[in-house]
Design a protein around this ligand. Structure first.
Ligand SMILES: N[C@@H](CCC(=O)N[C@@H](CS)C(=O)NCC(=O)O)C(=O)O
Length: 221
């Protein structure tokens, strides 16, 4: 079984690469010619109709949407999340979709506030999205501290762990003083997950491939 990941460094494709590495699956990585306009090319749009990153070619056809790709890989290879039918699948799915549908788009609003309602609204969007992200992450952090779920834990890798860790990485790359920047004390339970994940060989390999530093999640460089 072979996969081809269409990627760009430090993009959502990093999440998929982390998971492919963790699963130990052979895959080919193709760096998208983003500066050359490849996201708009008919060939890439056939894989990802919105022209976003990532796309993954699979034996079952091309896939887009990071969350869908991660669920597919986890189910196909029977790892990194509770399997369909497992008792903790419902709780896992609820929080996984919370991250894909609520947290990820909110992070995107922080990075691209002008895309929401134009440049004039950008400062207001930044403030609202920052407050929303803080509330979301507080909710997630408290759930992890309270429930200690195996599917978002320092003790074992998971597709949700890598997803959350990458989103927090991006927030950690905002300039110092940006209202959305976080510190370890803000979300201690999540920070413990990030610290454990970034030590894993899969994280090291993905960091190397994307030319990122060794502490990719807790102290992103
Ligand atoms: N919901 C999509 C979002 C993907 C996404 O926003 N990708 C960004 C890179 S991290 C992108 O393609 N940006 C290019 C653009 O918006 O033109 C997913 O999770 O796959």
């Amino acid at each position: 079984m072979t996969y081809t990941l269409h990627t760009w460094p430090d993009s959502a494709a990093l999440i998929v690469r982390l998971v492919l590495e963790e699963l130990g699956i052979p895959y080919t990585a193709v760096t998208i010619d983003r500066p050359g306009g490849a996201l708009d090319s008919p060939a890439y749009r056939a894989l990802q109709p919105l022209g976003k990153i990532p796309a993954l070619e699979t034996p079952d056809g091309p896939m887009f949407e990071t969350g869908a790709i991660l669920l597919y890989l986890s189910e196909t290879h029977g790892a990194l999340a509770p399997a369909p039918g497992a008792p903790d699948r419902a709780a896992f799915l609820k929080w996984f979709i919370f991250v894909t549908n609520e947290v990820h788009p909110t992070v995107m609003q922080i990075f691209y506030p002008d895309r929401v309602a134009g440049p004039e609204a950008a400062p207001a969007v930044t403030l609202t999205a920052t407050a929303r992200l803080r509330d979301d992450l507080t909710l997630l952090d408290r759930m992890v501290a309270r429930d200690r779920p195996a599917w978002l834990s320092p003790d074992a890798p998971s597709i949700l762990g890598y997803y959350v860790a990458t989103l927090l990485r991006w927030i950690g790359t905002l300039e110092p003083g940006h209202p959305a920047r976080w510190s370890a004390g803000d979300f201690p339970a999540l920070c413990a997950v990030l610290a454990a994940l970034e030590q894993r060989p899969a994280a090291r390999a993905a960091a190397k491939a994307d030319h990122l530093g060794p502490t990719i999640f807790t102290n992103p460089t």
